[in-house]
Design a binder for this molecule. Structure first.
Ligand code: MG
Length: 386
């Protein structure tokens, strides 16, 4: 078929990246490639393909039934890990676009960053970490890499999604000091700017929506939140223009928007100044640099830490939230023990993992992959209803 001259082939997209992106941005054409080499796509760049593979994975669909802070039956308007991930990806794209970074890579990393999360949020991770203490430990970033590298069966003879080294490096947040069955991506002192943006976007996303969900649930109150400087500033901005008599819910929504906007704007402007000041000219200089270059300013960073502490003390550790999660922790521990006692109960696709990496790792892989509702259903099936 002859193609019209205006059509955007992969080569055209790669050329556009070279012209449009900053010199320190990651370029798909420069990717160091995949563990199993593949023919390039006619229309999509390597990072676009990574993003699409993550989006179409089974593990991505399971995020819908994994807890962010609330267990899933608490209400339909609270975030789950899927909506958290999508909100994070939106922030990552906005920041990348402003900084002329590679949006596709930042999006791929953000969409994949929580694929390894256990059911029941951090409670699940805490329990698995304790249970796996003598068997190599458990970490959700590592688990996300295991999911994309091992557990999606899509290609004959190739395990996992076969993502590029850049996306895999982005998923590995804190480096890797553990055994991994596939060759790890080459790691440097820093990760790409796109991976740094993904981290920052994740954090801004959850602080914003946890605040929103906590207020919506009545666990947090505006009288409590207004001790925080970021909230105070956002509220003052809104007060300056909002008409009197506006519904409290609309006013609060404006304050939340002003707050998230101030964080994103500060992130863009501080990072831009750091990038300018550092004089980095390419990805290699970014990766070998002494410090990360995507960051909030020092004062906003301190305010953000105060907000994080506030959320921890007043929301994540609130008796109503803790009560729900305590029950979930017991369920995770029960499931882990049942499968450890009889690993033949594990599905067929994990029997090979048992041979390669032992029963404990295979059981952790299975339990970590569960959604909240599947974990409850398995618990009821194997141990009777609780
Ligand atoms: Mg996250």
């Amino acid at each position: 078929m002859t193609r019209p001259s205006w059509i955007r082939t992969r080569e055209v997209s790669e050329k556009e990246e070279a012209e449009r992106l900053a010199p320190f941005a990651a370029r798909a054409a420069d990717s160091t490639g995949r563990v199993h080499p593949e023919e390039p796509h006619e229309y999509r760049t390597a990072f676009q393909r990574d993003r699409d593979r993550v989006l179409h994975s089974r593990a991505f669909r399971r995020l819908e039934y994994k807890t962010q802070v609330f267990v899933h039956h608490e209400g339909d308007h609270y975030r789950n890990r899927l909506t958290h991930t999508l909100e994070g990806a939106q922030i990552a794209r906005a920041v990348s676009r402003a900084l002329r970074l590679n949006e596709d890579l930042a999006e791929a990393v953000t969409l994949a960053h929580d694929l390894g999360h256990t059911p029941f949020g951090h409670a699940g991770e805490r329990v698995l970490g304790q249970l796996m203490r003598d068997d190599g430990g458990f970490d959700h970033n590592r688990q996300s890499l295991r999911v994309v590298d091992l557990f999606e069966e899509r290609y004959p003879g190739v395990p996992g999604l076969n993502l590029t080294a850049e996306t895999r490096e982005g998923i590995l947040k804190h480096g890797c000091s553990w055994e991994h069955p596939l060759a790890l991506p080459p790691l440097a002192r820093q990760r790409t700017l796109e991976a740094q943006v993904a981290d920052a976007a994740d954090e801004i996303a959850y602080m914003h929506h946890d605040l929103d969900d906590g207020l919506r649930a009545g666990i947090l109150t505006e009288q409590g939140v207004d001790e925080n400087v970021l909230w105070q500033r956002a509220a003052a901005d809104v007060e300056a223009w909002i008409p009197a008599g506006v519904a409290a819910s609309v006013r609060r929504s404006r304050v939340l928007t002003a707050l998230i906007n101030s964080l994103i704007t500060n992130l863009i402007e501080t990072s831009a100044a750091k990038l300018d000041g550092s004089g980095v000219c390419c990805v290699d200089e970014v990766r070998n640099g002494r410090d990360p270059l995507v960051a909030l300013s020092e004062d906003v960073s301190a305010d953000k830490l105060a907000l994080k502490r506030f959320l921890l003390e007043r929301f994540y550790q609130h008796p109503r939230v803790e009560g729900m999660l305590r029950k979930a922790e017991v369920a995770i521990a029960d499931l882990y023990r049942v499968y450890r006692d009889d690993p033949e109960l594990l599905p067929e696709w994990l029997q090979g993992r048992r041979r390669d990496e032992g029963d404990a790792r295979a059981v952790a892989d299975y339990v970590a992959g569960m959604t909240d509702r599947f974990a409850w259903a398995e618990h009821d099936r194997l141990l009777g209803s609780s």
